[in-house]
Ligand binder design. Structure first.
Ligand code: KE4
Length: 432
């Protein structure tokens, strides 16, 4: 898979990367941004507009990263920018109650009625940490079950055979995670209820919660089988464990009501992030009043944050969710997602190359190699060299794809049918 298009000039990005590497580990603020999995050097993105981003050398890319998920409305959406601009003029942070945080919590709950209350935090990691602490507190149990290749942020309990960057780097379990902490994290296989039952049997005294991405996004996109989520609900009820949906990616991505609207299975707690902040740092933990009232200051379970409910972050999230409520872009995003997935599959077939493309709504992953990916085992069968060559050739053609195989491509409302078709054409050229 050779790229015949002229290599983009990314000289300036190279200079900026060298400078960044002198003062920041790996020159990045988050590991997956380092392009390590694709062997290249990261480009420095200086601006974004709609479906495009522009790098420090002035190159334009059609963006399928979308900042790893938050930007379902594309870059610098006028309504979101204006909301943040206005909020900024009133002060950046108060560390006090203010209207926008309650409005954001109400807007989330209005679209996810199973969330009677929401606690706003600053990241998905914080929300996941709080979810496990709350589950352990209300059940009086310590063991949790997560899935190999599932990623729930970088809190210790979750960095055990995690997905996303932890999987990409081939170091599923991170050094620095205390053995005692890891011992309370049991690992099951996504889409494999038998493995979950085995974890319940193995856990003494019993499991506090099962944490699952209702559509996996961090081993690449892997949709749930029809019996998987209902099966998890049944097992949790049987064993008195809480079911926790990690909807940091799927929340407001796969439907306005997230996974519950799409699959009809209700969790006990929900972890949120990304889209609810519209590109600014927001995470959230939601659930029934009976559970949420255990959180401080009402209950004894401590959780806190200086900038939680930050007015500018709430303004960006509110503007984003209101835009989604008023425009309902989901049917069109579904069509674009299917169109792109089918086009990528056709390009593989045309070239007679093995691989597949998993797609749910506007999130999708193109797997180079395995003909089917229903779990981590199959996802691990990807041809990383082919992926790296594909990624480099597509970047060269002006398409910014996630620089790691075990991630999702995201389509925004700013993407056009024409741009989707242009992407498919490029895929045919690159793959052939
Ligand atoms: P943050 O702490 O990064 O806001 O959220 C952690 C998290 C929790 N749950 C799910 C399902 C997630 O996907 C994430 C974060 N996703 C990764 C990429 N898939 C963020 C990118 C990065 O780590 O830089």
């Amino acid at each position: 898979m050779e790229s015949d298009s002229p290599r983009l000039d990314t000289t300036r990005s190279g200079e900026l990367y060298e400078r960044a590497c002198r003062v920041m580990p790996g020159g990045v603020s988050s590991p997956v941004r380092a392009f390590a999995a694709v062997g290249g050097r990261p480009v420095f993105v200086e601006s974004g507009q709609g479906s495009a981003v522009f790098d420090a050398d002035g190159n334009r890319y059609l963006d399928y990263l979308g900042s790893w998920g938050p930007l379902i409305l594309g870059h610098a959406h006028p309504r979101v920018v204006e909301a943040v601009r206005q909020a900024a003029g009133r002060g950046l942070s108060f560390g006090a109650c203010h209207t926008a945080e309650a409005e954001l919590a109400e807007t989330i709950a209005r679209n996810m009625p199973h969330l009677q209350q929401v606690r706003l935090v600053n990241s998905g990691t914080e929300a996941a940490m709080a979810a496990v602490r709350l589950a352990r507190a209300v059940t009086g149990r310590s063991p949790i079950i997560k899935f190999r290749g599932g990623y729930h942020g970088h809190a210790d309990s979750f960095l055990v055979e995690a997905g996303s960057g932890a999987l990409t780097f081939g170091t599923p379990s991170s050094p620095g995670v205390a053995a005692a902490v890891a011992a309370d994290t049991l690992l099951a296989e996504y889409n494999d209820l038998t493995s979950v039952e085995a974890c319940f049997r193995a856990a003494e005294p019993a499991v506090a919660c099962v944490v699952v991405e209702p559509v996996a996004g961090n081993m690449g996109v892997v949709p749930p089988s029809s019996e998987f989520l209902p099966g998890l609900r049944r097992l949790c009820d049987k064993h008195g464990a809480l079911l926790v949906f990690d909807e940091v990616i799927t929340g407001f991505r796969i439907a306005l009501g997230g996974a519950v609207e799409r699959f009809g299975v209700r969790p006990d707690l929900t972890i949120l992030g990304k889209i609810i902040g519209g590109g600014l740092p927001v995470g959230g933990l939601g659930g029934g009043r009976d559970l949420m009232r255990e959180l401080a200051p009402v209950g004894p379970v401590y959780q806190a944050g200086t900038l939680s409910g930050n007015p500018l972050a709430c303004a960006a999230g509110l503007a984003t969710l209101r835009e989604l409520e008023e425009t309902n872009p989901y049917p069109r995003l579904e069509v674009l997602g299917k169109r792109l997935a089918e086009g990528l599959r056709a390009a593989l077939n045309e070239a007679g190359l093995p691989g597949c493309c998993n797609q749910t709504a506007s999130m999708l992953t193109f797997f180079h190699g395995p003909e089917r990916v229903t779990g981590l085992g199959e996802a691990r069968g990807v041809d990383k060299n082919r992926f790296a060559a594909w990624h480099g050739a597509m970047m060269n053609r002006g398409f910014y794809l996630p620089p790691a195989q075990f991630e999702a491509m995201f389509i925004s409302t700013a993407h056009s049918e024409k741009e989707t078709d242009r992407t498919i054409e490029a895929a045919f050229e690159v793959i052939a």
